[in-house]
Design a protein around this ligand. Structure first.
Ligand code: HEC
Ligand code: HEC
Ligand code: HEC
Ligand code: HEC
Ligand code: HEC
Ligand code: HEC
Ligand code: HEC
Length: 291
């Protein structure tokens, strides 16, 4: 897919291109002492964000889609024009592509696009084979993608020390950072819903409630653990809410293209069948029981 990069990608390069002395050990080295985190992580989509069969790399764990990438010639990689979509169990155009022929990337392009694909979908430092083939250290998003190089245990990032904004930055390194003040976001483009930190940053829950990604997601399995009730224990609705979940109305699903669906992390009040942008907040909205 066509990926554009914000200047905030700097944070990301700091995370991955860690100090020269820092050594990555691979997640297997963490397993013996951190079994619960390891087991949860191994059933997450993160763990399978990149795989390889023979000469074809497969990007995406297949929860929604996977896109093949292969080496075309010594200088180029090809992002295939057809991706495999899980829900429809069919092949169709890769997001952002206009033909099935695929998109060619130079390995040493100044924009480093193909290298960036591998960086976000793997862990540790990228290396090159003797023939300049891209060689990730560990496939998928594993322990050290978030905790940093693990050879010196004292140097590990301990996310418990981070405040909610810091946690969102950690996840935003790959899921995209929230817009900087004054930065324009096209809220009519459903593709932006794919960048959860961007949407979440607009929510009153985040702005007034100090919400982070890990308030709702287990960072290791990715599962949604708890959500609304911790801050909104009792809500009196004018609307009849029957048996629907809170998220179905306040974090509605958005179709990005015909094959992908994302949950709108801009938590708000939505009009029926208008899942992109919430209704404007009424001045002095009671926010009935939000603490
Ligand atoms: C030999 C056992 C051992 C290995 C191997 C090990 N750890 Fe730990 N880890 C511990 C112990 C014991 C603690 C608790 C004491 C402390 O905080 O240092 C801990 C604490 C942590 C914490 C902080 C927990 C908190 O409460 O904030 C993180 C994060 C962590 N380890 C990640 C890792 C990662 C990632 C790896 C692999 C690169 C790893 N550990 C390898 C034993 C280990
Ligand atoms: C090193 C890059 C990277 C970082 C850092 C990262 N993610 Fe991800 N995340 C990914 C990729 C790549 C996928 C897509 C996996 C796939 O192929 O479906 C993903 C998918 C997910 C999913 C979807 C899982 C599913 O079952 O479909 C959740 C939830 C998620 N990430 C949450 C988080 C949270 C929370 C954090 C921060 C604690 C975080 N991520 C940090 C790269 C990252
Ligand atoms: C800045 C980090 C980053 C870069 C660069 C990146 N990805 Fe991803 N990729 C992600 C994250 C995060 C997700 C999870 C999106 C979600 O589910 O919300 C993801 C998901 C995917 C998926 C699963 C389908 C989907 O949309 O969820 C595929 C396939 C994929 N990426 C392929 C690629 C390819 C090919 C490239 C290079 C052209 C690339 N990615 C570059 C972070 C990145
Ligand atoms: C997507 C980012 C991400 C990945 C990948 C990841 N962690 Fe964590 N880890 C976190 C966050 C965020 C926390 C803090 C959770 C909290 O504050 O509740 C955490 C907390 C921990 C802790 C402290 C105890 C706990 O569970 O809160 C340990 C130990 C740990 N991680 C080890 C690991 C190991 C081992 C791996 C690989 C198997 C791993 N982590 C992979 C983000 C990640
Ligand atoms: C208020 C709770 C909440 C918060 C906070 C939250 N999420 Fe989610 N997230 C959800 C729910 C609910 C889903 C939908 C799960 C499902 O459909 O099974 C979801 C789905 C996702 C997915 C799968 C793709 C999609 O969009 O449906 C990703 C990736 C993700 N979240 C990442 C993040 C990241 C990164 C953050 C922090 C910026 C975050 N989430 C904060 C509740 C939350
Ligand atoms: C960490 C606490 C926290 C969590 C978790 C949380 N919220 Fe909120 N939420 C708040 C706060 C604080 C406000 C602002 C209330 C105010 O303005 O008085 C708010 C506001 C709202 C609003 C009003 C938004 C608007 O734009 O008018 C809605 C709707 C809402 N929350 C729904 C939810 C739903 C649904 C969930 C679960 C998916 C959730 N919240 C999770 C703290 C939270
Ligand atoms: C059928 C859709 C629907 C469901 C399900 C739903 N809500 Fe709402 N919610 C609304 C609408 C519409 C409003 C606007 C005012 C009203 O009807 O009370 C609203 C208003 C709110 C507000 C106040 C926003 C303000 O004006 O300040 C909060 C907080 C909230 N909902 C939280 C929740 C929580 C928590 C759940 C799950 C227990 C939930 N909602 C379930 C549709 C829904």
């Amino acid at each position: 897919m066509a990926v554009s990069f914000s200047t905030r990608a700097v944070l990301f390069s700091n995370l991955i291109l860690a100090p020269a002395a820092a050594q990555f050990t691979g997640s297997a080295a963490c397993a013996e002492c951190h079994q619960p985190q390891w087991a949860a992580q191994k059933r997450s989509a993160h763990s399978y964000a990149l795989s390889r069969r023979a000469d074809v790399w497969s990007f995406g764990a297949g929860r929604q889609a996977s896109t093949p990438v292969s080496r075309l010639d010594p200088d180029h990689y090809l992002e295939h024009g057809l991706s495999q979509y899980t829900r429809s169990n069919s092949k169709a155009l890769t997001p952002g592509h206009t033909s099935p022929t695929g998109v060619k990337y130079r390995v040493f392009d100044p924009g480093a696009q193909i290298l960036r694909c591998f960086q976000c979908h793997s862990t540790g430092k990228l290396a090159f084979t003797r023939e300049f083939g891209i060689q990730p250290a560990e496939l998928g998003v594993q322990c050290e993608a978030c905790h940093g190089p693990g050879a010196d245990h004292n140097q590990l990032l301990r996310p418990k020390m981070l405040n909610p904004a810091g946690l969102n930055d950690l996840c935003g390194a790959c899921h995209r950072q929230p817009p900087k003040p004054g930065e324009d976001v096209n809220w009519q483009d459903p593709w932006n819903v794919r960048h959860q930190p961007v949407s979440l940053s607009q929510s009153a829950c985040f702005q007034k409630g100090n919400l982070s990604c890990t308030t709702c997601h287990d960072p290791h399995s990715g599962d949604v653990k708890s959500t609304c009730a911790s801050c909104h224990p009792t809500v009196t609705h004018k609307t009849k809410i029957t048996t629907q979940s809170c998220e179905s109305c306040h974090m509605p699903k958005v179709a990005a293209g015909s094959h992908l669906t994302f949950s709108n992390h801009w938590i708000g009040v939505y009009a029926p069948r208008k899942p992109l942008l919430p209704l404007p907040r009424s001045k002095g909205a009671a926010g009935p029981t939000a603490r």
